[in-house]
Design a protein around this ligand. Structure first.
Ligand code: C2E
Ligand code: CA
Ligand code: CA
Ligand code: CA
Length: 279
């Protein structure tokens, strides 16, 4: 048994090395990307369900590597989280989104909420509130139009400190949303006390609506929870008119998805916004 174990081990090592080497390469490339301006943000519209008006957007990071081409967040966000690079990357994203909010406001495209994804690791750092304060001051963004999307999993072990951090961010005028709702297991008793104003139904519960019974149950439960707790519910990943109709009939306030628009670069978003919602 020992012999076999050793053989297995020897067989396994080169494979592990390849994967570890790939990760390290990606990590180094990502570190350079942050310095070399290879990252950019795309913005995906969010619309009000009842009248279809544009209310804001979600900022989503993109990486254009000179040789690898477009690298999607699903590939590099996990690497950034494992290596700690998510902290400088997350700050870059927040700064860029805040700059964009300020620029749109100056250009007369105000009144649009800009939602920014905050990684659990980023949110759990003691200096998070300080970083946000600095970035707001530096960019001149209006906190009333900045929303932080914090994943349900980031709030899984709710300490007094994290709770107070949310309260402080709310007092600064920021809007707080619970992202990927339904994928974690937050206690409902805790949810009631959280100073958040929105819940985002994860795309995994939207994509098989209205046919899938379990997904329909989760989405329905989230919508009634939102109603009971006075939280606005946003559905992401809406692709089909049937999904839109189903969600709208159950009181979902806002929607985001390919049915309306894909994430797009800032200038394209501004044109889309002007054409969609002529003021
Ligand atoms: P997320 O926060 O759940 O973002 C929604 C994802 O769904 C985005 O993928 C968006 O492009 C995609 N999406 C929106 N509508 C549809 C649709 O109708 N159909 C389909 N198939 N997809 C749709 P994306 O941009 O690839 O980002 C994936 C994930 O990476 C995000 O999921 C988020 O967890 C993470 N991420 C993206 N940008 C950032 C960032 O700046 N910071 C952090 N910490 N995470 C980010
Ligand atoms: Ca999000
Ligand atoms: Ca999601
Ligand atoms: Ca299912």
């Amino acid at each position: 048994a020992k012999e076999a174990g050793r053989n297995n081990f020897q067989f396994f090592v080169p494979e592990m090395n390849v994967r570890a080497r790939e990760r390290l390469m990606l990590e180094n490339a990502l570190r350079r990307a942050i310095e070399r301006d290879e990252l950019s943000l795309h913005y995906q519209p969010q619309l009000r369900a009842d009248d279809g008006r544009l209310t804001g957007c979600e900022a989503l990071v993109r990486w254009l590597h000179p040789e690898m081409g477009a690298v999607m967040p699903a590939q590099f966000i996990p690497v950034a989280e494992d290596s700690g690079l998510i902290v400088p990357l997350g700050e870059w994203v927040l700064r860029q989104a805040c700059r964009q909010q300020a620029a749109w406001a100056r250009a007369g495209l105000g009144g649009l909420m800009v939602a920014v994804n905050i990684s659990a690791l980023q949110f759990r750092r003691a200096d998070f509130t300080g970083a946000v304060t600095r970035i707001l001051a530096e960019t001149g963004a209006d906190p009333a139009w900045i929303e932080l999307e914090i994943t349900e999993s980031a709030l899984m072990q709710p300490s007094t400190e994290l709770h107070e951090r949310l309260v402080a961010l709310g007092r600064m005028g920021l809007t707080l949303a619970l992202d990927d709702f339904g994928t974690g297991y937050s206690s409902l008793a805790y949810l009631k006390r959280l100073p958040i104003s929105r819940l985002k139904i994860d795309r995994s519960f939207v994509k098989d609506l209205p046919g899938d019974q379990e997904d329909a149950a989760v989405a329905s439960a989230t919508l009634s929870l939102g109603r009971d707790l006075g939280l606005e519910v946003v559905a992401e990943g809406v692709e089909q008119p049937e999904q839109f109709a189903w969600l709208q009939a159950r009181g979902c306030a806002k929607m985001q998805g390919y049915l309306f628009a894909r994430p797009m670069p800032a200038d394209e978003f501004a044109r889309w916004a002007a054409a969609h919602d002529p003021a």
